[in-house]
Write a protein that binds this ligand. Sequence first.
Ligand code: FES
Length: 311
Amino acid sequence: MFERRDAVDPRGMRLTEKPIRRIERAVRLDGVAGSARDLVHRLLRRRRLKDALHGVWLGHPLHPALAQLALGSLLSASLIDLCGGRRRDSSRLIVVGLLATGPTAAAGWADFADGHEEQQRVGLVHAALNATAVGCYVGALGARARRSGRGRGRSVAGGVLAGTAAALGGHLSFRMASGANHAEEVQHIGPENWQPVGPVAELPLDQPVRRLIGEVPAFVLRRSVRDEGGETMVVLSDRCPHLSAPLHEGELSSVDCQPQVTCPWHGSVFRVSDGEVVHGPATAPVPRFDTRVRNGLLEAKVRTLPGVSAS
Ligand code: FES
């Protein structure tokens, strides 16, 4: 795996960049992050549970979808309290937000455990802010139950913390591309016209190799089909949709005569025949290429979705 290099001159950074960059580079967080990562991997040994938390069944990361409910409810409660609204409305929203927090946090920890180190450092601070915000909201409910006047202030403090945590979550998603589909651009930059890949005879049998097709690194597999006594060609994008690992370095296996490839970085499993996700953390499939063989030469072009065109 590659260490993320800093390509930006710190003097030109914008207001929020410096503190966030500092978190990204805070190696002193690595001990705690590593322990948390190992614990999550131990707790999520059951692959079905881990896949469910990543959102493989949904075809989309689960954490950001659940976070809408938790964060939306909690921030709404804080705004009601800030504006002097009815306590009962705020308390109900806090209860809804806290109930949604459990599954949201579980999905977030599952994603955290399969991230780059920089992502894990930011994720750790994001989680710590959220945990403190939850403490504030629980404190607000407790204060109201005791008829103390501190509930409103605690709710507003929780909102500030939850909002800051959400901003860090946005940085993780949009700047650090955690949870993003790292193969999305293939649809747009992959060649729409047939491109030569290479002579079939030069491709090893049942051993994936990397080739460039236009500008796109591709996973190329010349696969023997034993039942039919022949062979078939498979060309997929070589970038894992999770975090861009080179899939041709992954391990090939076969389940029910269906070949699969396991990503070398975080163990996502994809069906070779069509690139579909079998196991996460990836939730998006690997883009496929159409193939044909002419005069012993393998050719490929990107298979675009209806309505999508390469630029
Ligand atoms: S890069 Fe993470 S599973 Fe492939």
